[in-house]
Design a protein around this ligand. Sequence first.
Ligand code: 5GP
Length: 200
Amino acid sequence: MPSSNPVTRIFVISGPGGVGKGTIVDALVSSDPRLWLSRSWTTRARREGESPNSYVFTDRESFEQRLAAGGFLESTEFLGNYYGTPTPEVDDGRDVVLEIDFQGAVQVKKLFANAVSIFILPPSWEELKSRLHNRGEDAPEVIALRLQNAADEMAKASEFDYVIINELFERAVFDLKAVVHAQRLKYSAQRRARADVFDA
Ligand code: 5GP
């Protein structure tokens, strides 16, 4: 559990579907061995071409069992499917990264006041619409629901600590790395990580 390890930080990354957050988060985590990416459970079917490792794909019954046993840090129902963050088991000091939806981020912030929340925005509403249509993954009615959700969430982006605009992929990854790096430079973090310097 991250709460029992004072060194572990939680980064919660959210943003509307189609904004490209998965790719940005993958770029961040693969470049930083001190980060541990949580893999969510979902009852949604795997999309064509989607990696079997992108989620733990499960059925409603198994999900509900785990939920009843208190095995999720947070969970939500989105477009008729369950999604949940299994309680993290990493205890080696790596920081935990959660890529979850808006509701999930709010739940995590309530549980861990120190969690750092980051919201990823598309450069424009038109761009988000065309990305959702062009990725060709969802039926038109699902796209309409996603857009409605996105509008509701974007209106509440102020609840997040940081906002990153995914206009240019490299820039967005740079911004996200900067947020992570800045947390490690905080006095309390430096005091813990480099006690030798302070003690001297
Ligand atoms: P998708 O079906 O497109 O993979 O994901 C739909 C939404 O669910 C996305 O906004 C994604 O970030 C969110 N999501 C994925 N895993 C979790 C989770 O464990 N908890 C919550 N609350 N949302 C999640």
